[in-house]
Design a binder for this molecule. Structure first.
Ligand SMILES: Cc1cc2nc3c(=O)[nH]c(=O)nc-3n(C[C@H](O)[C@H](O)[C@H](O)COP(=O)(O)OP(=O)(O)OC[C@H]3O[C@@H](n4cnc5c(N)ncnc54)[C@H](O)[C@@H]3O)c2cc1C
Length: 434
């Protein structure tokens, strides 16, 4: 791929965020103590924690910091996974699962604290995160989440129907799960801010340098790009759902253990002051219980940033505009005319059980994938753990539930038909749960 000609998506975030630092490409042969592949939240956060510990770290990025999911997402800071709750995680992973749940519980606060510590201006608002439920029977989802997260001391609450109506300004939902530590950010500003801080502290980032492969040679990790190569004692592969995008040979097992699903994002025109008095007046981030997710949050200019998914290859942006404006008007009739100033998309890495996959890739080498659309906060928090792993902290202290990469069978075929899952989600969403 000719990376020089790859352009930023026409997103709200790329329109409003000041450009990132000028970065070199990797050319010739060089070394670092730790090599990180991928400059999203995971890679940048890992590198920053490493740099703070005095480690010589170099990040190799295919395009620019934030180019993957980290610069295009909805920016909701959510301290839970999409579906699995603490009991599910602990049933699968035992003691390390408990440490992972604790990491997840604190992940939103960790993100806001990192932004504060480094004075990163990312339009951050720690207004809380709410998951309203879209049918009476699904109240039990919220009740279960409140019960399980309360056991772990998370600041969560059950919202009644009236409280949900007051918080979101809509009668569409029947109650909800509420976590005060969540909120929202401009994710590209956070990506670029982390990159800037890393450079200021002496870390290196090579941009427009897709890694083609990594291998173990003479007790070191060697990463090759088109024009250069770098060797290091340790390696973190932080390419997540974009793992197969630039090199099929980079880590095919990791690329094939998630289904990259295109998620559309869109930003409305700024809402009027009158509309904002009733529509999510407390500016919380919201994602509900639909499989075909309803989600929204304000940006700093009072646009609603929302989105969805669509089936079929033709006119997708236009189809999204018509579908989502209809949805917004139904949820909030007082919104009036809805127009969208920005429409863009990005890949969410879905796993079959909605759990992330975290791997030991060899001596002092780690990686993960499977964000399931819920890892803005988690990826920042994982950076701390991954940095500890490559610094030799005992695994018994880490919140990293390792598994071996298990590629999805017939991945290529399933990737083509995966968008049809939306029909299954719609069918399930329309039915009450038992
Ligand atoms: C549209 C969308 C909306 C989302 N909304 C939310 C949300 O509101 N809340 C939430 O919690 N989560 C959300 N997510 C998920 C969240 O964005 C991700 O979990 C998170 O950004 C993952 O960060 P990461 O650093 O692990 O991966 P990424 O940000 O994807 O970073 C991977 C990086 O690796 C680079 N790369 C890939 N291959 C190579 C290579 N060969 N060589 C060098 N570099 C390479 C890519 O260019 C990219 O920059 C959303 C995701 C998407 C796509």
């Amino acid at each position: 791929m000719d990376t020089a000609n790859v352009r930023w998506p026409d997103s709200l975030w790329s329109a409003v965020t000041p450009p990132g630092s000028d970065l070199p490409t990797l050319a010739g042969t060089t070394e670092a103590d730790v090599i990180v592949i991928g400059a999203g939240f995971t890679g940048l956060s890992s590198a920053l924690y490493l740099r703070e510990a005095g480690v010589d770290v170099a990040v190799i990025e295919a395009i620019e910091p934030g180019w993957g999911a980290s610069g295009r997402n909805n920016g909701q800071v959510i301290p839970t996974l999409s579906r699995p709750d603490p009991d599910d995680i602990i049933a699968k992973h035992g003691a390390v699962g408990e440490r992972f749940v604790t990491l997840l519980r604190d992940s939103a606060s960790t993100l806001f604290e990192v932004a504060r510590r480094y004075a990163i201006e990312a339009e951050q608002e720690q207004t809380g995160w709410v998951q309203p439920v879209h049918s009476p029977g699904r109240i039990k989802i919220a009740e279960r989440r409140v019960r399980q997260w309360s056991k772990f001391g998370a600041p969560v609450e059950m919202l009644s129907r009236a409280a949900t109506r007051a918080m979101l300004g809509s009668d569409a939902w029947f109650g909800g799960f509420w976590n005060k530590t969540g909120g929202h950010i401009n994710p590209l500003a956070l990506s670029r801010g982390l990159a800037r801080v890393l450079l200021e502290r002496g870390g290196r980032i090579y941009a427009r340098s897709p890694a083609i492969s990594f291998e173990r040679r003479n007790q070191r990790w060697v990463v090759k790009t088109a024009q250069g190569q770098i060797s290091g004692r340790a390696l973190i592969v932080a390419t997540n759902a974009y793992t197969g995008e630039f090199s099929k040979s980079l880590a095919p097992d990791i690329a094939h253990e998630v289904m990259p699903v295109l998620s559309w994002q869109m930003a409305t025109q700024p809402l009027s002051e009158a509309a904002r008095k009733t529509i999510i007046p407390g500016r919380q981030a919201m994602s509900d219980t639909h499989g075909e997710l309803y989600f929204a949050r304000y940006d700093a200019r009072n646009r609603l940033v929302t989105g969805g998914a669509v089936i079929g290859p033709a006119n997708r942006a236009e189809k999204m505009k018509s579908m989502v404006s209809g949805r917004l008007k139904k949820l909030w009739p007082e919104i009036g005319q809805v127009s969208f100033d920005y429409v863009w998309n990005g890949y969410v890495g879905m796993t079959t059980d909605f759990l992330p996959r975290i791997h030991r890739l060899g001596p002092d080498a780690y990686g993960w994938t499977g964000c399931n659309g819920r890892a803005v906060a988690l990826s920042i928090a994982l950076g701390d753990e991954l940095s500890k792993a490559v610094r030799g902290h005992p695994e018994s202290e880490l919140a990293l539930p390792f598994t071996d990469p298990v590629p999805i069978v017939a991945h290529g075929l399933l990737r083509r038909v995966a968008p049809l899952m939306l029909m299954v989600y719609r069918w399930r969403d329309a039915r009450e749960i038992a």
